[in-house]
Unconditional design. Structure first.
Length: 317
């Protein structure tokens, strides 16, 4: 008598080549244009910041996992990506040891304290930048001119607009001939990386579309009412860390909503908070705080935007 055997195992039952390593490598590849742009405009100073941030992330993850006697997971590229993203949002003139300290904070208190990859509440790179901003505010707001090996300080386009009412030409913002964080100056490099991620279907278009679209809409409304007081929409899109945040930070699958509706809400919320800070805040930029604040309400958004189960009915009152 033939006896049929039933094999029972854990999910997933449908395998896909898109695993953690694949996604991390894809995002790192997408960041290459921005990395090269930062190295071109800021030379050896940029290289030091990148090396410091990456070194802090890799070493901290190795030490923590070794101390816990866990499997060493550095080869999943997540710590490497965190280090690169952290370097992208730091001033090129930042001392190497501060970048290294930021990497230590990003992994220890931004990731591993919550249980490691997939359990963190906030974006680790942005959380580390917020820590550095609180600890070393002068160093985090000191900018240098592009293609300069000396510490010639300058202001960012958002700073010039907010405090001096000077609008930087779109061409300079597009190609990166402005002061700012290492990876945010060239809009062209960030757009190229975003197109690659969308082509590879690594990120969902909804969050960047809602984020950038909200900024454009609010900018157009204020420009219509007071053109002499508020900057045009194109300036707000190209200046600062908006493109870097919308494409590479807000789309983090761990700290952003899982539903389509939730992602629209998340992106729109980031856009609103960013513009509120840019208009009325004490700082010229609000991308970092907008994403971290929306990270905090992601569980609530997931609950509110949860779709109805197929075939389910509303309970009768």
């Amino acid at each position: 008598m033939n006896q049929k055997k039933l094999t029972i195992n854990m999910s997933p039952h449908v395998l896909s080549p898109v695993d953690t390593r694949y996604m991390m490598r894809a995002v790192i590849k997408a960041l290459i244009p921005a990395l090269l742009s930062g190295l071109y405009f800021f030379r050896m100073q940029a290289l030091g910041v990148i090396a410091g941030a990456i070194g802090g992330c890799l070493l901290t993850e190795y030490v923590i996992q070794k101390t816990r006697r866990e499997k060493i997971r550095i080869n999943d590229y997540s710590a490497l990506l965190t280090g690169i993203l952290l370097a992208m949002v730091l001033p090129p003139s930042l001392p190497l040891w501060m970048a290294f300290l930021g990497g230590v904070f990003a992994i220890s208190l931004g990731k591993e304290i919550f249980g490691g990859l997939g359990h963190n509440i906030f974006n680790p790179a942005l959380l580390a930048r917020a820590f550095l901003m609180a600890a070393f505010p002068v160093a985090l707001t000191t900018w240098i001119k592009p293609i300069s090996l000396d510490a010639v300080t300058t202001a960012t386009p958002l700073g010039l607009e907010k405090f001096d009412h000077i609008i930087t030409p779109p061409a300079a913002l597009f190609f990166g001939q402005v002061g700012g964080s290492l990876g945010e100056t060239s809009a062209l490099a960030l757009i190229l990386g975003g197109v690659y991620l969308l082509y590879k279907k690594i990120v969902d278009y909804r969050i960047p579309a809602a984020y950038i679209g909200t900024v454009i809409l609010l900018s157009m409304i204020t420009q219509e009412g007071a053109p002499d007081k508020f900057a045009p929409a194109m300036f707000h899109v190209l200046a600062g860390g908006l493109l870097l945040g919308a494409i590479f930070m807000a789309t983090d699958p761990v700290t952003s909503p899982v539903t389509a509706k939730g992602r629209w809400i998340f992106g729109a919320g980031c856009g609103v908070i960013t513009m509120i800070i840019r208009w009325w805040g004490g700082l010229p930029e609000g991308v970092m705080y907008s994403i971290l604040l929306m990270n905090a309400v992601t569980p609530l958004i997931n609950k509110m935007a949860r779709p109805k189960r197929f075939g389910a009915r509303k309970a009768e009152k």
